[in-house]
Design a protein around this ligand. Structure first.
Ligand SMILES: NC(=O)c1ccc[n+]([C@@H]2O[C@H](COP(=O)([O-])OP(=O)(O)OC[C@H]3O[C@@H](n4cnc5c(N)ncnc54)[C@H](O)[C@@H]3O)[C@@H](O)[C@H]2O)c1
Length: 268
């Protein structure tokens, strides 16, 4: 039996970089997937590429009716949902570039970011959990971010929305574990996707310098962790927040500068 054999996974934002890599991996591991994305055409195109094990749906996670309809369509097509992977986020560069600090972020950007990332994730949980409970259980995985664990140079609304997702994960794990539903979150550091290259490609060498493994993450790294966390082999992991960033968050902020200093001292 494959690791995700007989599992049906609903992946939000599945038409994008990390979501798409996870959809591919989940299918390779035996799952059937619903690619649910704000852009229905992109979701259907992605599903066509993935083959008959995939269904593409236009779903806006920030709109409760759309979430309800998307999940109902997924259940009509595949019979049930075992895995909810909340991967979607408001990532368009026009919005992210205006998401600066509390003094300057426009209120519509703040509200919309929190609404899509945090409320949207909550709405997907709200509509998946009763269905999972009826079927004897399920697994929820939320994509938060290192930006939800420590402050970044910019994007306060994004970071706060991701911190909210971390708390949401613990509440869902606590309230619904007894129904056989577990919830975990992953906190990726910078991952090389078209999005991250678009909004911060020129800053990648700076991030790399802070990463003990000396390289940035790839979508396949996230897909490997996500596969483990939604598979039955991790069935006793619930309410955990797992960082995947090559060790960036493992050290004090001064370490790379201190290492350079010690190297230069040793050379003299
Ligand atoms: N790429 C990184 O460096 C990085 C780092 C940490 C966390 N993350 C997180 O990983 C996840 C995937 O990011 P990515 O890099 O693949 O970005 P991406 O932009 O390629 O993917 C995000 C997807 O979400 C979809 N989406 C946006 N709003 C939506 C809505 N209202 N309803 C449904 N779908 C919607 C987009 O259309 C897109 O396909 C996001 O949650 C992001 O915050 C990414």
């Amino acid at each position: 039996m494959k690791r995700l054999g007989n599992k049906i996974a609903f992946i939000t934002g599945g038409a994008g970089g990390i979501g798409m890599a996870c959809a591919e991996r989940f299918i390779a591991e035996g799952a059937k997937v619903i690619v649910a994305d704000l852009f229905g055409d992109a979701a259907r195109k992605a599903a066509d590429r993935l083959g008959p094990e995939a269904l593409g749906l236009g779903v806006d996670i920030g709109d409760e009716a759309s979430v309800r309809e998307g999940m109902a369509a997924a259940i009509r097509h595949f019979g049930r949902i075992d895995i909810l992977f909340n991967n979607a986020a408001l990532t368009n560069p026009a919005s992210m570039n205006l998401d600066t600090d509390v003094v300057n972020v426009p209120m519509d950007i703040w509200n919309n970011t929190l609404h899509v990332n945090l409320t949207g994730t909550m709405l997907c949980c709200r509509h998946a959990i009763p269905h999972m409970a009826e079927n004897g259980g399920g697994t929820i995985l939320n994509t938060a971010s290192g930006a939800g664990l420590a402050a970044d140079v910019t994007r306060v609304a994004y970071g706060v929305s991701k911190a909210g997702m971390i708390a949401l994960t613990k509440y869902v794990a606590t309230h619904h574990g007894h129904q056989g539903i577990r919830a975990n979150a992953i906190c990726p550091g910078p991952v090389i996707t078209p999005l991250s290259l678009d909004i911060g490609g020129d800053m990648m060498p700076l991030v790399k310098r802070q990463t003990p493994l000396g390289k940035l993450g790839a979508p396949k790294d996230i897909a490997a962790l996500a596969t483990f966390l939604v598979a039955d082999e991790s069935e006793y992991i619930n309410g955990e927040i797992i960082t995947i960033d090559g060790g960036t968050m493992a050290h004090h902020a001064h370490v790379p500068d201190m290492q350079d200093y010690l190297k230069s001292k040793a050379a003299t």
